[in-house]
Design a protein around this ligand. Structure first.
Ligand code: GAR
Length: 214
């Protein structure tokens, strides 16, 4: 059984999708044992507490420098013997030190089809604003391993979502979450925990069912 930490900053709907999947038996080889939030007012913390999951709040600005923050984050993760770190709407940059410590063991969900609308400055609603401004007819979500390149790590799974003529950034964000993010992320976590998802020489290897049906 692998210990999973989920790092959050906001509403925590992706965290909720993971909690729901775990409670429904969809992640049989892993359990969410820790939620780390970058903000004390994140609703994701309430979701974690309701599910009986331990929480920590770590604000980057409360630490003297990056190294002090990293030391604390790593010690919190080590204390719980975390095997997999999931970034679920986590808005603090993960440093190379933490990435190396958890090499190929950090997964992120991004609300676009990478390499479109990703990288620095593309997060949350901004991603959908950019997609609508560009006029793309299809967008989606990506789950990928985290490396030192922002949104540039090996891609695990993607799912396309249609853009509709009347979409606002908010309606598009919701559809991408419902149709893609909330399905892909629990699936990727389940596969990783089952030992069916690995990275070799920068290439993702997956054994098992890739479908994401309800
Ligand atoms: C999600 O759409 C996630 O993909 C996005 O933030 C949202 C968090 O929502 N992440 C990024 O943009 C990272 N670049 P949630 O708190 O309800 O899960």
């Amino acid at each position: 059984m692998l210990n999973v930490a989920v790092l959050v900053s906001g509403g925590g709907t992706n965290l909720q999708a993971l909690i729901d999947a775990q409670q429904a038996g969809g992640i049989p080889n892993g359990r969410i044992t820790l939620v780390v939030s970058s903000r004390e007012d994140a609703y994701a913390l309430t979701r974690a507490q309701r599910a009986g999951i331990s929480t920590e709040v770590l604000r980057r600005r409360n630490f003297a420098d990056q190294d002090a923050y990293d030391t604390k984050l790593l010690s919190v993760l080590e204390k719980r013997e975390i095997d997999l770190v999931v970034l679920a709407g986590f808005m603090t940059i993960i440093s190379p030190r933490v990435i190396h410590h958890f090499e190929n063991r950090i997964i992120n969900v991004h609300p676009s089809l990478i390499p479109s609308f990703c990288g620095e400055g593309f997060y949350g609603l901004r991603v959908h604003q950019s997609a609508l401004k560009k006029g793309v007819k299809v967008t989606g979500a990506t789950v990928h391993f985290v490396n030192e390149v922002c949104d540039g790590g090996p891609i695990i799974m993607q799912k396309a979502v249609a853009v509709l003529p009347d979409d606002t950034p908010e309606t598009l964000q919701r559809r991408v979450m419902e149709q893609a993010e909330w399905k892909l992320l629990p699936k990727a976590v389940a596969l990783f925990c089952a030992g069916l998802l690995k990275v070799k020489d920068g290439i993702v290897q997956i054994k098992g069912d890739l479908s994401c049906s309800e």
